[in-house]
Design a binder for this molecule. Structure first.
Ligand SMILES: [Zn+2]
Length: 450
C-alpha cells in the first residue's frame, strides 16, 4: 500500500500549509496536494510534517567523548587540548567498538529528526597506522552502523597526510593517513562500489594543515563528487597556512581548483576579506556546526558576509557534544545576534526568520550531501519527520509563528515519526532495539574510558 501522510500542516515552500497529503512511491515523494475523494491516508494528528534534517558534518566516533572533555586542564584549555583528549579515543578504538559507537550516534540522530548524515570519515587504519586485512574495514563498520540504525548516509573519505607543515605524525594520526593520492583515489573508488551507498560517496580534505599543495591539487580531480574541508576553524591554522603558502585557507583551496558548487567549507569561522566572496562565486556551501564551535571556543562565523555573497548554509553536529537539530538552529541564529547586535539576523528580508533556519537544516544540508532531498516536493527523496505540536512548549502557536516556536523551543523529544526514503525508521519515541544499542554503547564507553 503506498504511503500517504496527512499531518495538521506540512512545510511546503517555506510555509506551513494545512491538511495537505504527501504521497510516497518507493523512496520518493510522488505528489503533494489536497486530499482526494475516498483517499486512504495515515493521519498524523497533532503533528506537523517537515523535511528531515540533514546532519551535514559528523565524526560519529566522537560521540563517545561527549562529557569526557568538560574539565579544565593545567594550561590554557582550548581546541587543541580538546583534540588531545579526542585523540586518546581515536587512537584506541577497535573496529567492533567503532561500529557500536556509530550505531548509537546514528540512532540518536534519527530520534532527533536527522534523516541523513554526511560522515566526514578519517579513521581509516589500525593503531599506529597498520593496515587491516581489508583496507576498507573501518569504512564498512561505519556503513554497517548506518544501515543498522536506518539513517541515510553520504560517506566522505577524508585525505590526511601530515600533522602540519614540517611536523611529525603522531601514532594516532597515522590511523588517518593513506600512502599517497593514488592509493587514496583507489580507496574512494572501492568505497563507491560498496553496496548500499547508492553512489553517495565524496571526498574531503581534512584541512589545509593536514595536506600539502600536491595532495590538494590531486583532490581537485575528484570534482563531481561532494568535496568538503574543515576551513578556518582556528586562528592557528590560518597563521600556518599564511606562513607556508602566503595564502589564507579559502584562497589556497581556490588556487588549487577545489572550490565549486560541489564544495562545502566546514566551519568557515575566521574568514578574511574576500574569502566569503570566493565561496559565493564558486557556488559553494558553508556548513556551520554551532554547538560544537561553541563547545570548542572556535569563535563566531560572519554569517551576514556569507549570506551577502550567496553562500548556502548547512548545519552539522560535528563532535556530537549535542545531538539536537533545534539546538543547532537556535545557536545558528543566536550566535549571529550576539555577533551583530541585531535580532532576526538571518532573515533575508522583513518577515519570519524560521524559514531561513529550516532551509539550512534541510535543503542546505541535502545540497552538501549531494542528495536530492531537503524539501517536501514531488520527485525528491521521501525523508520526512513528523513533529508533535500538541506540547506545552508550543501552546498557543499556529501559522507562521509555529515554525518560530519550533526553532526557539523545539527539542528532539517532539520528533515522533521519522521516514527515511519513504520507510518508517523508528518506533516512537525509542524502541527496544535502541535500548540495546545504547546498552552496547555504554559498555564500549566504559572500555575506552576505563
Ligand atoms: Zn569536523
Amino acid at each position: 500500500v503506498p504511503l500517504a501522510l496527512q499531518a495538521d500542516s506540512t512545510l511546503v515552500d517555506g510555509a506551513l500549509q494545512p491538511d495537505l497529503v504527501v504521497r510516497v512511491a518507493g523512496d520518493l515523494i510522488e505528489s503533494v496536494g489536497p486530499p482526494r475523494p475516498q483517499e486512504r491516508v495515515t493521519r498524523l494528528a497533532g503533528r506537523v510534517l517537515l523535511p528531515g534534517f540533514v546532519n551535514a558534518h559528523s565524526h560519529a566516533f566522537q560521540r563517545v567523548i561527549r562529557g569526557h572533555t568538560e574539565h579544565r586542564g593545567p594550561g590554557d584549555d582550548d581546541f587543541w587540548s580538546w583534540r588531545a583528549a579526542m585523540y586518546r579515543a581515536a587512537g584506541r578504538v577497535t573496529p567492533e567498538q567503532l561500529q557500536v559507537i556509530c550505531r548509537f550516534a546514528y540512532a540518536e540522530m534519527l530520534a532527533a529528526g536527522f534523516t541523513h548524515v554526511v560522515e566526514f570519515h578519517y579513521l581509516h587504519h589500525g593503531p599506529g597506522g597498520q593496515r587491516y586485512d581489508d583496507p576498507l574495514e573501518l569504512t564498512r563498520r561505519v556503513l554497517a552502523a548506518a544501515a543498522e540504525a536506518g539513517i541515510g548516509i553520504t560517506l566522505l573519505r577524508v585525505a590526511y597526510q601530515r600533522a602540519g607543515a614540517g611536523q611529525e605524525l603522531s601514532p594516532t594520526q597515522r590511523r588517518f593517513c593513506d600512502a599517497d593520492p593514488e592509493q587514496f583515489a583507489q580507496y574512494v573508488d572501492a568505497t563507491a562500489a560498496l553496496p548500499g551507498l547508492a553512489g553517495r560517496v565524496g571526498v574531503a580534505a581534512h584541512s589545509v594543515r593536514a595536506l600539502d599543495r600536491g595532495w590538494l591539487e590531486a583532490l581537485a580531480s575528484q570534482r563531481g563528487r561532494p568535496v568538503h574541508a574543515h576551513v578556518a576553524e582556528q586562528p592557528r591554522e590560518i597563521a600556518e597556512c599564511l606562513a607556508e603558502h602566503g595564502r589564507r585557507p579559502v584562497e589556497l583551496l581556490d588556487d588549487v581548483g577545489l572550490l565549486g558548487p560541489h564544495f562545502t567549507a566546514v566551519h568557515a569561522t575566521h574568514l578574511g576579506p574576500g574569502e566569503a566572496a570566493r565561496l559565493g562565486r564558486a557556488g559553494a556551501t558553508a556548513c556551520i556546526c554551532p554547538t560544537t564551535e561553541a563547545n570548542l571556543g572556535d569563535g563566531l562565523p560572519d554569517l551576514a558576509a556569507l549570506q551577502a555573497e550567496g553562500v548556502a548554509l548547512a548545519l552539522g553536529t560535528d563532535s556530537h557534544a549535542h545531538l539536537d537539530p533545534f539546538a543547532e538552529l537556535r545557536a545558528l541564529e543566536y550566535g549571529e545576534r550576539l555577533r551583530s547586535g541585531r535580532r532576526n539576523a538571518l532573515a533575508r528580508q522583513p518577515g519570519p526568520v524560521a524559514p531561513t533556519l529550516f532551509a539550512a537544516a534541510s535543503p542546505g544540508g541535502a545540497r552538501a550531501a549531494g542528495l536530492h532531498a531537503g524539501a517536501i516536493a514531488a520527485g525528491l527523496r521521501a525523508d520526512l519527520i513528523a513533529v508533535a505540536i500538541d506540547d506545552p512548549a508550543l501552546a498557543g502557536l499556529h501559522g507562521p509563528d509555529l515554525l518560530g516556536g519550533l526553532y526557539l523551543a523545539g527539542r528532539p523529544g517532539l520528533v515522533r515519526d521519522v521516514y527515511v526514503g519513504g520507510k518508517p525508521a523508528m518506533v516512537e519515541p525509542w524502541n527496544v532495539s535502541v535500548a540495546e544499542v545504547m546498552a552496547e554503547f555504554v559498555g564500549v564507553s566504559r572500555e575506552i574510558f576505563a
